[in-house]
Ligand binder design. Structure first.
Ligand code: ADP
Length: 462
């Protein structure tokens, strides 16, 4: 059976309070009662001692016992629960409580037994007697037998004290329970309410409302973390959903036109309107190759964007990496009589070597693509305290101010007809930017139409 957090917490508070009160009551009762018994016993002994001393003083040398005072002392003792019998040195009775009033003595013993059994049902106490010598100066003048209820006896005042104590403990117990209930409920509410709200948000998110966020502000660490995690989850799902929608529409849009062109060209050839000569077939082949490249680029970009980009970092020299990449462009540059210059120094960075290679390849292939015969491409690699700074500039066709803000968007091509000729898919820079940002770096462009373009990358070295 499942319980709500609130009920479970409230209940545990009450159970803890009950256990505490019970333990306190038991311990207090046990320790107080044993202390109290010791006190009562001690008291009885003191009373016995003072009684013995008082009786001893009633013997006057030459005159014998002052019987009247002994009687008064005896009656007083009887009223205080002690049955005494005083005898002289020859064992003759001076005064005896049972002889004085046997009925009262018996009544008193019954009353004491009742008193004790009412509190302790298994009470094993009984009336006990002790014999003490009576000494006056140094002379033994008689003896006294003191009878009292043992091993200990609680009189009315003692009983009242114990009962009051128990009442106080019960009162404290009830108060503790009520307080535990109130505080437990409040505490449970302060935890369960924000959790419930976060659950509601999570439920909305699971139904597809990815823009829903939890505004819960809590000073409980775990709840703040839960809220943050759910909000992050929503953000990631929202991003993924947008990505999915944009990807679907982008792909549909990008593929529709070239596919329609291909279809109409091929249909024209099938219907005999166009002759299927090698020139036309070559153009169809180029278009299919471009589409294949676009799908490949798209695949790579989707992988980069959808997974949280995992970087396989290692330490390497970015100048050395760039030089090794440029070797692969030598032929292409030679064919277009493009001169490549490099101004560099060893700059070591801690980054994903393969992904950074991809960025340099994309920038270099754009530079070669958009630079005319006999142009120049120039690389500079430098560093400052925190970053490696890599720039690649060309004196090619340039990008208009209007296009510059968009060139990093997927499928964006500054001049579609021109780019179709160069075979671009408009994804290369999007991939480059995604990789640089995953490294917490930046990539910027400066360009003037007809004069050339410069891309600058700043990469944190660590
Ligand atoms: P593409 O595959 O079309 O090159 P990119 O994302 O790499 O796609 O580039 C987007 C667009 O930015 C290109 O189509 C082009 O118009 C422009 N561009 C990029 N690099 C340069 C450059 N060095 N010179 C001129 N234009 C460029």
């Amino acid at each position: 059976m499942k319980h709500s957090l609130r009920n479970r917490l409230s209940l545990s508070y009450i159970v803890i309070a009950m256990i505490c009160v019970l333990l306190i009551s038991i311990i207090a009762n046990l320790s107080l009662e044993s202390q109290f018994r010791a006190y009562v016993n001690n008291n009885q002994e003191k009373r016995n001692e003072s009684l013995i001393s008082l009786i001893s003083q009633q013997y006057h040398k030459g005159e014998g016992w002052d019987q009247e005072v002994v009687r008064d002392i005896g009656i007083n003792a009887l009223e205080n629960g002690m049955i005494i019998s005083v005898s002289d040195s020859e064992d003759r009775v001076v005064w005896d409580a049972t002889q004085y009033n046997n009925g009262m003595c018996e009544q008193m013993i019954t009353h004491m037994t009742l008193n004790m059994t009412s509190r302790y049902p298994n009470w094993k106490g009984e009336f006990t007697t002790s014999n003490y010598p009576l000494i006056n100066g140094t002379e033994k003048v008689g003896s006294v037998v003191i009878g009292y209820y043992g091993p200990f006896y609680f009189n009315e005042i003692d009983m009242a004290f114990i009962n009051t104590l128990n009442k106080v403990l019960i009162g404290v117990g009830i108060l503790s329970l009520v307080l535990a209930l109130i505080f437990g409920y409040m505490m449970a509410k302060s935890i369960s309410t924000p959790v419930s709200r976060v659950i509601n948000t999570a439920e909305m998110i699971s139904r597809g409302c990815y823009d829903d966020r939890s505004n819960e502000i809590s000073d409980i660490n775990e709840i703040a973390q839960l809220t943050g995690t759910v909000n992050n989850l929503a953000e990631t799902l929202e991003k993924q959903e947008k990505l999915r929608k944009r990807l679907t529409s982008d792909v549909a849009h990008e593929l529709r036109t070239p596919l329609a062109t291909l279809q109409s060209h091929i249909e024209a050839m099938i219907d005999g309107i166009w002759e299927a000569d090698s020139k036309r077939l070559k153009s169809v082949h180029e278009e299919i190759t471009r589409l294949g490249r676009m799908v490949g680029d798209l695949e790579r970009l989707t992988r980069l964007e959808s997974e949280r980009m995992a970087l396989d970092r290692s330490e390497f020299d970015i100048s050395e990496l760039t030089k090794s990449i440029l070797v692969n462009f030598e032929n292409e540059c030679k064919n277009k009589s493009i001169e490549v210059a490099m101004e560099d120094k060893p700059v070591r960075i801690f980054a994903d070597r393969d992904k950074i290679s991809q960025v340099i390849i994309n920038l270099m292939s754009n530079a070669v693509k958009f630079t005319g015969e006999g142009g120049n491409i120039r690389f500079t690699i430098d560093d400052n305290e925190d970053d490696a700074v890599i720039s690649i500039s060309d004196n090619g066709i340039g990008i208009s101010g209007e296009d510059q803000p968009h060139i990093f968007e997927r499928f964006y091509r500054a001049d579609t007809s021109r780019c179709r000729l160069t075979g671009g898919s408009g994804i290369g820079l999007t991939i480059a930017k995604a990789i640089i940002e995953a490294h917490k770096g930046t990539i910027n462009v400066e360009s003037r139409i007809g004069e050339g373009t410069k891309f600058t990358i700043r990469l944190p070295r660590i």
